[in-house]
Design a protein around this ligand. Structure first.
Ligand SMILES: *Cc1c(COP(=O)(O)O)cnc(C)c1O
Length: 380
């Protein structure tokens, strides 16, 4: 027998989360998650899932019927889009201007497809003219994949323009909206996005571990026309849809696919309900005004932004670490003395930049003030 480990209940401190995610969770969302667990086929739960679907449709601004939350984090949403839509041997134009574009490329390769990479410098948005040149050079490409809000650098790309280019070249678009959803303007139907995924733990200020996704009718057609079964059983959307909508299950009833993360879905329902109550446009405007406050304060401290004005994400502020400042020591002091978490640099920006998040519930005056005061005191 292994001896039972002596472990006390885990009681985390209350931190202020101003990194690249997870973001500060709304108190209402934490409360929702603590409500009684009921069966995932309980009629009341099924009704909650129907509401959840309409809330995800609102957040994405889409009428797509195939809209749901994957029971796993944003990375699984990314994988869901690639494994369902892309078949072995197909060609995908992948835009890479940070860490997450590179992950898209890896997904494409693992599917057995060919990735044509369009590289743009870290900290800059995806270049429309570079993408157009790649589309022209590869008329056999079936998809254009890009990250709307690159969390590794804080750069925002022109999703509308990129999707127009994709359409003009008969490509389906696959869009990473993990950090953009709820933080900046995003209109799935109006912009003609075909497949999109997001995450619960960024601007939705929900607990981590869920990924809202949506597929356009054209994407659903592509999925239905597959010659080979989707390599992942769990992520195969043709199976999952029978669970999220009644139409495909036996006798029109919702059929069992996997056990939904019941309480986590209560949390997502509440966070999206709060977003709908605030109104998407108000939420976008709030992120912009809090960003402006933070930007002025950071510039007063002499900090320089990685991304040029005009392409900056309000919800993810990447600033260079000043010369001679110890990155780890500063973040440790912020965490220990102020209970404040900011993000380290990722990939090419590791050790060179900090990433300060203003996401969802975290995009508030109190957070901006705390961050600026703490940074000023620690840097002094
Ligand atoms: C965070 C993030 C992901 C991955 O989401 P997880 O919930 O960490 O799996 C994917 N893409 C972008 C742009 C992200 O910021």
């Amino acid at each position: 027998m292994l001896a039972a480990p002596k472990v006390t209940p885990f009681n985390p401190p209350r931190r202020v989360l101003m990194g690249p995610g997870p973001s500060d969770v709304y108190p209402e969302v934490l409360a929702a998650q603590a409500r009684p667990t009921i069966g995932h086929l309980d009629p009341l739960f099924v009704g909650m899932m129907d509401e959840l679907k309409s809330l995800i449709q609102y957040a994405f601004q889409t009428e797509n019927a195939m809209t749901l939350a994957v029971s796993a984090p944003g990375s699984a949403g990314m994988e869901t889009c690639f494994v369902n839509l892309v078949e072995p041997g197909e060609k995908v134009i992948v835009c890479r201007n940070g860490v997450f574009g590179e992950r898209m490329r890896q997904n494409v390769e693992r599917v057995g497809a060919t990735a044509v990479v369009v590289d743009n410098e870290w900290g800059t948005p995806v270049s429309l003219s570079d993408v157009e040149a790649a589309l022209k050079a590869h008329p056999d490409a079936k998809f254009l994949a890009f990250v709307h809000a690159e969390t590794s650098t804080g750069a925002l790309s022109d999703a509308k323009g990129l999707c127009q280019l994709a359409k003009a070249h008969d490509c389906l678009s696959i869009v990473d909206a993990v950090t953009s959803l709820g933080g900046v303007e995003l209109r799935v139907d109006e912009w003609g996005i075909d497949a999109i995924y997001s995450g619960s733990q960024k601007c939705l200020s929900c607990v981590p571990g869920l990924s809202p996704v949506s597929f356009s009718p054209a994407a659903v057609e592509k999925l239905k026309a597959r010659k080979t079964p989707v390599q992942s059983w769990f992520l195969d959307q043709s199976l999952v849809m029978g669970y999220w909508s009644g139409d495909q299950g036996a006798g029109g009833k919702r059929s069992y696919h996997h056990t939904a993360p019941v309480n986590a879905l209560y949390a997502l329902h509440e966070s999206l309900r709060l977003l709908a109550e605030e109104g998407l446009e108000n939420a976008w405007a709030r992120h912009h005004s809090m960003h402006a406050l933070l930007r002025d304060g950071l510039e007063n401290l002499g900090l320089k932004f990685v991304v040029e004005e005009g392409s900056r994400l309000p919800q993810l502020n990447a600033v260079y670490i000043p010369e001679g400042v110890d990155d780890g020591a500063v973040r440790k002091q912020l965490l220990e003395n102020y209970n404040l978490e900011i993000g380290a640099g990722l990939g090419a920006l590791a050790g060179k930049a900090w990433r300060i998040g203003l996401m969802g519930f975290g995009a508030r005056r109190e957070n901006v003030a705390l961050c600026l005061r703490a940074l000023e005191e620690v840097l002094r």
